[in-house]
Design a protein around this ligand. Sequence first.
Ligand code: SAH
Length: 452
Amino acid sequence: MRMCLTSDLGGYYTGALEEGRDQFGLKGDFVTSPEISQVFGELCGIWYVAEWIAQGRQSKGVELIEVGPGRGTLMDDMLRTIQRFPAMASSIDAVYMVEASPELRVAQKNLLCGEDAPMTESKAGYHSVCKYNALPIVWTETIKSIPIAPEKMPFIMAHEFFDALPIHAFELVYVPATQTATPSPTDTAAPSTKTSHPTLQWREMLVSPTPPGSTHESLHTPASQSRDTPPPDFQLTLAKAPTRHSLYLPELSPRYRALKTTVGAGALLEICPDASLYAADFAARIGGSPQHPKPKPSGAALILDYGPGDGTVPTNSLRGIRRHRRVSPFAEPGLTDLSADVDFAALAESATRASEGVEVHGPVSQADFLEWMGIRARVDMLVRAIKEAPGGGGAAAAAIDKDKRVEDVRKAQARLVDRGPGGMGKVYKALAIVPENEGRRRPVGFGGDVVV
Ligand code: SAH
């Protein structure tokens, strides 16, 4: 996944797509919530304003950090919204964008700073100046490059970022007694045959080349995947012996270890170590950590993505997406978007392990989050503004144009909160990492309210 998506040899996000082909939008491969409606980013902006108020309206040291900002639309909508709250807007020191793609970095700069704005390079990353409040914007390739300081209040956004991080997949297999004999720990002694109990062991699913001449039929490409692509070049095969990752990753959490008893042989498991590293980093910035102690936790992270919300571990979720259709993740590597379900419970566990200064809320469904954030009221306002705006051209044409725009705004709203089986409102979830307060204050959007 890492090679296919962000390799500097040319990954899906790093130059593999031919000139003029875009990841985003109707003509691209997928559409994301911020690209569907400006209201999405506005409500996320309001979420940070509410956190800033609830945490005592710090007058300086606020940082906005976005990981995987795509076209920059979400940050643009958030910044525009935050401008309406001048005291918060002036508390922001800098905006940080963590972006692996040089092309998208330029697209973000053009949107947030203007086409003509220069971008300079330093050891820290790339720099430009935002059209809002002349804020400095810094682009880095990983979050590790963003400095950590105890007085900072980081507001962190991750929208459809975690699903692009590479996973390891495992299957629990029954290993009969005869196969578990292990070589002796010393060279001189005879191999030990004492460990003759049958065991359950994790085996890693590995990516291996398909045999020459393979077809979709011979590879049994599932009917749920479009066969418009050439036959896959790779397939998943189960490792015959333990791998480095199968020996330690499934042992890291009680949730994974429990699968040996709750499911047994055949249990599947996906683990995303990078996701845990990012969640731990967010938590340490907000709540402090042994390496970076923070006298008073501050800031917040909002993670929006898709994945199970009931604490079950993701299984079989690696997918390829092309032109809005599911395709084999192994067909045309580099030209196909890859993603996997996000394990929100694992993110919560990593965050709370990394910092005693944070607590986690959610995941809640995107529909609940947006409705609690006031999507209905905001869309009603937008509709009123469209209807009341002076219409240009002929009155009849202007009325038709307005009706069409109102319809589009309402349709976009419906799409974001659609609770149907495949709808974005249900599949997408929101998770918040906030300063620890013994659960007394729930964040807005997660069942809480702003107390002014
Ligand atoms: N948040 C945006 C874009 C989602 S697409 C939206 O919702 O519209 C995923 C984004 O993450 C892209 O900007 C991609 O270039 C970036 N990305 C993917 N893997 C990354 C990685 N390992 N490090 C940094 N950025 C990454």
